[in-house]
Design a protein around this ligand. Structure first.
Ligand SMILES: Nc1ncnc2c1ncn2[C@@H]1O[C@H](COP(=O)(O)OP(=O)(O)OP(=O)(O)O)[C@@H](O)[C@H]1O
Ligand SMILES: [Mg+2]
Length: 324
């Protein structure tokens, strides 16, 4: 059930000139807001030509299957099996596919939270898989992840202030108590949370509010690249669009790149500039959003698209005719 606190909370609106500018670069979104449109407007259709922030080549993650008393390796789960893609600066690449196809494993391997079996991951030209401890620590400041399960990703024994300030303390960015508190409150406020929530614990908040806290934590170090691993799939539908709006507003404001993971094509098509379709550990189709939506090449992509509800009856008939 949705917490009433979340239902009452409207999506964060842009008020400052900076926020207005960030929305102005997506005219269709601005129009949608001005017309009171609740639905998210699609991102710009054209492929952005900014340089790649992340390049992944031939990435593999194979997990051993062990059995018997001696726990011998008897096989391998090829969770990610030779994947190539790139993410440009300021863009959102959507990674869509059915449950178990390897999306989370891929997202984590890209950040080296899981050791890859083979391949190459370059972040701004730096090979992440060979980077040493100090270099990796520096690069980690720029790369963050937002988890699917907002409850499980926040330490229940820590107050919100400690959770959100942890990255700042660990990386030695800020150690002054008052300054930390001020920074944390500003971050939380930007993510739609009241400033006075800092002294409370995660269980005192709804799912949507916990995800806002998780987003504030991810933003603490001003990252340039964020893996969003199904950030709304654990949330009620009414809260989903608020969180998606927040992520897009923050991207416009701070110019971050997202690898946006979801099994839901409807969410992907609202959020992403380009879409990569994953099946059985491989990317089977990849391209600009409009191309994938209007001219899907693979049957699997067509099947994912056919599961997206269409409000317009003419569009619905057109889709049924093309599927027949
Ligand atoms: N630590 C692990 N050890 C062994 N197998 C694993 C491990 N982690 C994931 N797998 C397997 O790898 C495959 C991909 O899992 P993954 O969690 O990446 O899928 P997913 O696409 O994120 O699914 P979902 O949409 O349900 O989150 C699955 O078959 C899973 O069982
Ligand atoms: Mg997953």
């Amino acid at each position: 059930m949705t917490d009433p606190k979340d239902r009452e909370k409207s999506p964060p609106e842009a008020h400052t000139p900076q926020e207005e500018r960030s929305i102005a670069h997506r005219p269709e979104e601005k129009a949608s807001r001005e017309s009171g449109g609740a639905a998210l407007a699609p991102p710009a259709a054209e492929e952005k030509s900014s340089p790649p922030i992340l390049e992944v080549n031939g990435l593999k993650v194979h997990f051993p299957v062990r059995s018997g008393v001696l726990q011998r390796v008897t096989g391998w789960v090829k969770a990610v099996d030779g994947v190539d893609f790139h993410v440009r600066e300021g863009e959102t690449l959507g990674l869509v596919g059915e449950s178990g196809c390897g999306k989370t494993t891929l997202g984590r391997a890209v950040l080296r939270l899981i050791p890859p079996t083979a391949g190459e991951v370059r972040y701004r030209g730096n090979n992440l898989l060979t980077a040493g401890g100090a270099e990796m620590k520096r690069l980690r400041q720029e790369m963050q992840i937002i988890f699917q399960d907002p409850a499980g990703s926040l330490n229940p024994r820590m107050r919100i202030a400690s959770i959100v300030s942890e990255p700042l303390r660990v990386h030695g960015v800020c150690n002054d108590k008052d300054e930390l508190r001020e920074r944390v409150q500003t971050l939380l406020e930007r993510c739609g949370m009241p400033r006075n929530c800092v002294d409370r614990y995660p269980h005192e908040f709804s799912g949507g509010q916990r995800q806002r806290i998780g987003i504030a934590r991810a933003l603490a170090l001003s990252p340039k690249f964020i893996v969003c691993d199904e950030p709304t799939s654990a949330l009620d539908v009414s809260v989903q669009s608020q969180i998606l709006n927040l992520l897009r507003d923050l991207q416009g404001e701070f110019g971050m790149s997202y690898l946006f993971i979801s099994h839901d094509m409807a969410v992907i098509q609202h959020m992403c500039d380009r879409i990569a379709v994953m099946l059985g550990g491989k990317i089977v189709e990849e391209g600009p959003r409009e191309r994938i939506l209007q001219e899907p090449q693979k049957d699997y992509t067509k099947a994912l698209l056919s599961a997206v509800p269409v409000a317009d009856p003419r569009e619905r008939r057109k889709r049924a005719a093309s599927a027949a």
